[in-house]
Design a binder for this molecule. Structure first.
Ligand code: ZN
Length: 480
């Protein structure tokens, strides 16, 4: 937060220095001429010719010192320079579909700024009003971009010298410029008002200022209070110019709101964000099934999961994947996760580096061919990893905290008991979907756990929900 606020004022200072420097250099010859003209004017013709001073400097671009973002090379500019003011906007060129809308929006912004400038008294000499709008572009989702204009305003005599914002969201496939009303429903302002207040309330520098009428009025749940917003990763950024919600000398500020906080209010998902299918505040466990797929058993397990809206992680053998493509497709559609259990149930601790990679990569390829996704997790057969596989695997190994010993027991009730008697939030359960006795047990386990309020999630979901970081080559046993 502090960083963002500092960024705004830092860029302001940069502009200011550039402007003065370039002016100083280019003005020297003019000053000399002006002095001569003044003398001539005083002696021969009065003061009339001093107007020429403005004509002289208006083409030296003294007014503008644009900063362009490093991620964007293509741009255009609209600049208007006259005696009273100078307004310049540099805007990005994105593609043929979008450029017309961007140009129109840029013209509209320039018009808005010009009408704002009319409120200022005309300054003398270089003390005219100068507005310089720089852009930044952040792509989001599949075909959207956020364009943020940082407008450096300098009024006559520098009574105002600050940063303001204008933002635009474009659909680069259609060229459409999207407003807040296009993207969000009416609850948006309520959610953002709450989150912006919370965001600044957590920051010691800004917290005391959140009780002022300025802040309270301008963060009320009204759409017009949050008209400048952009998307960046999994965050919605709300931009406030200097003086909008805090005193002007505190500069421009940007509030960060997690997309998850406003996702339910979005009519169009412009972010690529997918909300988690679990509630982090309720208990959850990950059921895992090794050595499959085997349609007669696996399908029964998928049926049971589907009934309760649950998911599981299947550590499959690459050699079985091709023949079980339909089973895997269905599991993938239900949100199940496919982990890598090697191609042929290999003992990784006894293999050469090349053979380890062969076992892992061929299995990953087979899974990816069906799901289109990389398999992110490994489970070593016999729980034998060895130092070589540990160092070259490049992915985390997943162990378990409850072992049903189903492959040995082949007794559904015993398997059910081994899970239901000790399961707790964060557990990872080991089973094998090769056996009918396991499928029968899983049907009861899945229904019972769901009834007890456990969410049935994948291992990746479990780890993400519990804030556990998965480390390549290391074994992770649970998320308790
Ligand atoms: Zn196995």
């Amino acid at each position: 937060m502090t960083k963002l606020a500092t960024f705004a004022s830092g860029s302001r200072r940069g502009l200011y220095i550039n402007k003065r420097r370039s002016r100083k250099k280019s003005l020297k010859p003019f000053l000399f001429i002006v002095v001569l003209l003044l003398i001539a004017a005083a002696i021969f013709a009065g003061r009339g010719k001093i107007a020429g001073y403005f004509e002289g400097i208006k083409k030296d671009e003294f007014a503008f010192s644009f900063n362009s973002p490093q991620n964007w090379n293509e741009y255009s500019e609209i600049c208007e320079i006259n005696k009273k003011f100078a307004v310049g906007i540099r805007y990005p060129l994105i593609n043929d579909a979008t450029n017309k809308a961007i140009e129109n929006d840029s013209k509209q912004i320039v018009d808005e700024l010009k009408s704002e400038i009319k409120q200022f008294k005309t300054g003398k000499g270089e003390n005219r009003t100068v507005y310089t709008a720089d852009f930044s572009v952040v792509p989001s989702g599949e075909s959207f971009v956020s364009v943020v204009y940082s407008i450096h305003r300098v009024s006559p005599l520098r009574e105002i010298d600050d940063i303001q914002y204008r933002t635009r969201i474009y659909n680069t496939a259609t060229g459409e410029s999207l407003t807040g009303e296009d993207i969000f429903n009416e609850n948006f302002a309520v959610a953002v008002s709450h989150n912006v207040t919370e965001f600044f309330g957590k920051n010691p520098q800004y917290a005391p200022e959140t009780y002022t009428p300025l802040f309270i009025d301008n963060t009320k749940p009204k759409v017009e209070n949050f008209r400048n917003f952009s998307f960046s990763g999994n965050n919605l950024l709300i931009h406030f110019g200097a003086g909008e919600i805090f005193p002007s000398d505190m500069g421009a500020v940007i509030a960060q709101v997690p997309i998850s906080e406003v996702f339910s209010d979005m009519k169009i998902n412009v972010t690529g964000f997918t909300p988690p299918k679990y509630d982090v505040n309720s208990p959850m466990v990950a059921l895992t099934f090794d050595d499959g797929p085997y349609a007669p058993s696996t399908s029964r397990i998928l049926d049971a999961l589907e009934k309760v809206g649950g998911r599981a992680t299947f550590f499959v053998l690459g050699a079985r994947v091709g023949a079980e493509a339909e089973t895997i497709k269905r599991g993938d559609q239900l949100g199940c996760e496919y982990g890598n259990h090697t191609w042929n149930h290999a003992n990784l601790s006894k293999l050469s580096q090349d053979m380890i990679l062969q076992e892992i990569n061929s299995t990953n390829d087979a899974i990816k061919q069906i799901t289109g996704k990389d398999s992110l997790l490994l489970r070593a057969p016999y729980a034998e990893i060895g130092s070589v596989a540990s160092s070259i695997a490049g992915k985390p190994f997943i162990g378990w905290s409850i072992d049903t010993e189903d492959w040995m027991k082949k007794d559904s009730q015993a398997i059910i008991d081994s899970v239901l008697t000790e399961i707790a939030d964060g557990d990872i359960v080991l089973m094998h979907d090769l056996y009918p006795s396991t499928a029968v047990a899983a049907e009861t386990i899945i229904a019972q756990l769901s009834q007890r309020g456990f969410q049935l999630v994948t291992v990746s979901e479990l780890m993400a929900a519990k804030g556990k970081t998965l480390v390549p080559g290391k074994v992770h046993y649970h998320a308790k």
